[in-house]
Write a protein that binds this ligand. Structure first.
Ligand code: GLC
Length: 488
């Protein structure tokens, strides 16, 4: 049974909790905001790709044209909820939003695990009726992370219940394995999701949304080859490695891309000075602008270290601070941009107060500042404990800011190490530990100051790298077609 429409296009529904520019919290928002439009554009002769997400509280609606299309009703437990269906008529592909009290009273994620679980249970449960409502019966679901994993789980259960083969193929993309959702059987039951009865899935995982989705997905995808391999190891598999090893043929990695138009030092309107590989000296104007603002009077020769991103244990913000502490006798400046764990924010304030002439902490989320830091910083420090892909190193490298990063997941796949490769474009260290990280920063600063020719070559190589989505798009197309064929 195939739901392919009259035009012969295969129908793909991309399900996500967040997407730029509507609601973006982290990397998933960047990916959802750029991958589906690229695929829709490149492969319009093959696929009809549409995206759906909750209509969150405080969604950014500027430059959109969001119109209500219809309503549907979802019944659960002894109650029901009316869900309004909206579409952004300005988007490059059909983008839909589901709005209701449980879906729309909060931002994408809150501190209340139960509130989030209810939101995404309802969202996943609503997907079938939503597809009926807009008359779009997908051939393939492409879900992301725990939030939409239950839609994958449910597709198969419902199909099996009706005692026929599921017409859907399903992909579940994992952007961050440790975030598996909340195990709350009561809430799951309320929405009709029965815990998995798959005996090879560890018991503790059978009522967690992400593993439930994984157990039913036709394809388990992640966002770099490196992380796809790491998922199968005890160190990174979060207790699911043995289960994932059994399903290893279904696990694959496709590296994320970045929007190389938005992130282009030649035309970036946030910068004090635009530049390219051909006039790289001009880049210094951006560094000087940062020094003038945050460290007036500092020589341009002093290396500028930057941090752009969430302050979490995953990203190793604590490792950065310990490393900086170990390097206090050397000449450098560091700007830390990001919010997150309050304890880490406090630790940054404490260190910045201790050495205000060296460190500035900016506890905010500012896209504009991020652009300025990539353009003016000499090196971005990324001591991630694990990194499914990582986008900051790609943005930074495109701007000639070299990465000093842990050799893990997507970082290892995108950065060529100074000490172990022939044409390096960054610095990798083995473990997210202050000892390793500080040595790597010291080495990078040494190359920056004592071997400017080499540094320049590394910058050029980093800036020349193709991080566009086009590079990965072919692999998505091939994967979609393979899965669709298998199910047709
Ligand atoms: C998550 C991961 C990050 C990845 C992003 C997009 O935020 O932590 O490594 O780049 O998702 O896939």
């Amino acid at each position: 049974m195939s739901f392919t429409g009259d035009n012969g296009l295969k129908k793909i529904l991309y399900l996500t909790a967040e997407s730029s520019p509507y609601s973006k919290v982290g990397g998933l928002g960047d990916v959802s905001g750029s991958l589906p439009p690229i695929l829709a554009d490149l492969y319009s002769a093959f696929f009809d790709i549409r995206m759906v997400m909750p209509f969150h509280k405080n969604m950014n609606t500027s430059n959109t044209n969001i119109k209500k299309l219809d309503e549907l009703v979802v019944e659960y437990a002894n109650t029901h909820e009316i869900i309004e269906v909206f579409q952004d008529q300005n988007a490059a592909l059909p983008v839909y939003f589901l709005k209701s009290p449980s879906l729309s009273s909060t931002p994408p994620y809150t501190d209340n695990l139960q509130v989030d679980l209810i939101k995404y249970c309802l969202f996943s449960k609503a997907i079938h009726s939503f597809c009926d409502t807009i008359n779009f019966l997908p051939d393939l679901y492409h879900a992301n992370d725990w939030h939409t994993a239950l839609a994958v789980y449910q597709t198969k259960t419902i199909a099996f219940k009706k005692n026929r083969k599921s017409p859907f193929s399903t992909i579940l993309s994992i952007h961050n394995l440790p975030y598996m959702g909340n195990a709350n059987r009561k809430i799951l039951r309320k929405f009709g999701f029965r815990p998995s009865r798959n005996l090879s899935l560890p018991k503790w995982a059978r009522d967690l949304p992400l593993p439930m989705g994984i157990s039913r997905a036709d394809q388990i995808l992640t966002v770099s080859n490196g992380y796809a391999q790491e998922l199968l190891t005890p160190e990174f598999g979060c207790g699911l490695h043995t289960y994932l090893q059994k399903k290893a043929t279904k696990v694959a990695g496709i590296l994320n891309g970045i929007d190389q138009t938005e992130w282009d030092p030649a035309s970036d309107h946030f910068l004090a000075q635009n530049y390219t590989i051909d006039n790289l000296d001009q880049r210094m104007v951006n560094k000087k602008a940062l020094f003038d603002k945050y460290f007036p009077g500092t020589s341009n020769k002093t290396p500028l270290l930057i941090w752009v991103g969430r302050l979490t244990g995953q990203k190793g913000a604590d490792v950065l601070l310990d490393s900086l502490n170990m390097l206090l006798d050397q000449d450098w400046r560091c700007i830390i941009l990001g919010t997150g764990d309050p304890a880490l924010e406090k630790a940054i304030r404490t260190l910045a107060n201790k050495v205000p002439e060296k460190i500035v902490g900016l506890a905010e989320f500012s896209n504009e500042l991020a652009h300025k830091l990539y353009a003016g910083g000499d090196m971005i420090i990324m001591p991630s404990r694990y990194e499914p892909c990582g986008l900051s190193q790609m943005f930074a490298m495109r701007y000639g800011c070299l990465a000093v990063a842990t050799a893990t997941g997507g970082l290892k796949d995108t950065i060529k190490d100074y000490s172990s490769t022939e044409n390096p474009d960054g610095f990798l260290f083995t473990a997210a530990k202050a000892n390793d990280c500080s040595k790597s920063i010291a080495l990078a600063m040494h190359v920056y100051q004592d071997n400017p020719g080499k540094w320049r070559q590394m910058q050029i190589d980093a800036m020349r790298k193709d991080f566009s989505w086009h590079r990965s798009a072919e692999r998505y197309k091939a994967m979609y077609l393979k899965l669709l064929e298998r199910h047709s």
